[in-house]
Design a protein around this ligand. Structure first.
Ligand code: CP
Length: 325
């Protein structure tokens, strides 16, 4: 794998390989093998033009657990404020020896530009670009669903055929929704989207998903996983957003809807959560919630992505590499 820019063009075989390598990575962590020497001598640059807690720290932890050196760049406090371009910023970091660049940017397509422009030779991982895609979030979500459904060791090589996943919320602005829709479809899941009509993208008819507008109908259909999206108030135009109270009443996962949801249904959220808006504390903190599992699994999935990007073919897998406790 040269780059990871989206899930729309990710093949089923590549997606399953990432999930299976992530299982290997999780196994090494569970056996308290704190560090693998696999990426010793490699440098991973986290190039973040937008804020992040989970993704940036998770990539940093993943790279360090594989013994890579990590350089963290955030737009705040950088020479971007003096007008430096993406090209010059990226080339500066490449000159410091970057082997992989993990980029989050507010512009849709920024990661593809970086990967295809010829500005740098490093592998590029999209950590969220505008409203376009967030592929590692979707991969860690699929990993979490697969693990809950089939158990740890029993899930290797399996896809999500027949699994019913409902995604509710601000689909319009969500790169998480887009990456999930493409990946879940590739893996055989049945995807339903639920949103206020004004938060559904215009091109949604081209997506491999059913669209409905009533969350109660979606809950009554007994999904295996209900994924709640963050309302992106910072990208919202008041003209097309219901009031927060109205949104919460009609599209929020509250205690009443949690009660109706089958006991085996997972409650997912990519974070950060707006508690009391799209999700209640009862739902976020319930035993059915996978919110913190998603965070934990994110490190294993990102270790797998960096491994496949920088160490090439599996060659027996990381679990068979020499360990460094
Ligand atoms: N889920 C996610 O991308 O969270 P961060 O914005 O904190 O990275």
């Amino acid at each position: 794998m040269r780059h990871l820019l989206d899930t729309k063009t990710l093949s089923r075989a590549d997606a399953l390989e990432i999930l299976d390598v992530a299982e290997d990575m999780a196994d090494t962590q569970q056996r308290e093998v704190k560090k693998l020497p696999t990426l010793r001598g490699k440098t991973v640059v986290n190039l973040f033009f937008e804020d992040s807690t989970r993704t940036r720290i998770s990539f940093e932890a993943a790279a360090k657990r594989l013994s890579a050196d990590v350089i963290n760049f955030s737009a705040k406090g950088s020479s971007l404020s003096k007008g430096e371009s993406l090209q010059d910023t990226a080339q500066t970091l490449q000159a410091m020896g970057a082997d992989a660049v993990v980029i989050r940017h507010g512009a849709s397509g920024a990661s593809r530009t970086l990967a295809t422009s010829g500005w740098i030779t490093a592998g590029v991982v999209n950590a969220g670009d505008g409203t376009h895609e967030h592929p590692t979030q979707a991969l860690l979500d699929a990993y979490t669903i697969r693990k809950r459904r089939f158990g740890g060791g029993g899930s290797r090589g399996r896809d999500l055929s027949g699994v019913k996943v409902t995604i509710v919320g601000d689909i319009l602005h969500s790169r998480v929704a887009r990456s999930n829709v493409w990946l879940l479809d590739t893996l055989g899941a049945e995807v339903t989207l639920v949103a206020p009509p004004t938060l559904v993208p215009q091109d949604v008819s081209a997506w491999p998903a059913r669209v409905i507008f009533d969350l109660d109908d979606a809950v009554a259909a007994e999904p295996d996983a209900l994924m709640v999206l963050r309302i992106q108030l910072e990208r919202m135009n008041a003209a097309y957003f219901p009031t927060e109270r109205e949104y919460s009443r009609r599209w929020g996962l509250d205690a009443r809807r949690l009660e109706v949801l089958p006991p085996g249904s997972m409650v997912m959220h990519p974070g950060p959560m707006n508690r009391g808006l799209e999700i209640s504390a009862e739902a976020a903190d319930s035993p059915r919630s996978t919110v913190l599992d998603q965070v934990t699994n994110g490190v294993s999935v990102r270790m797998a992505v960096l491994y496949l990007l920088l160490a090439g073919e599996r060659a027996g897998g990381p679990a068979n590499d020499e360990r460094e406790d």
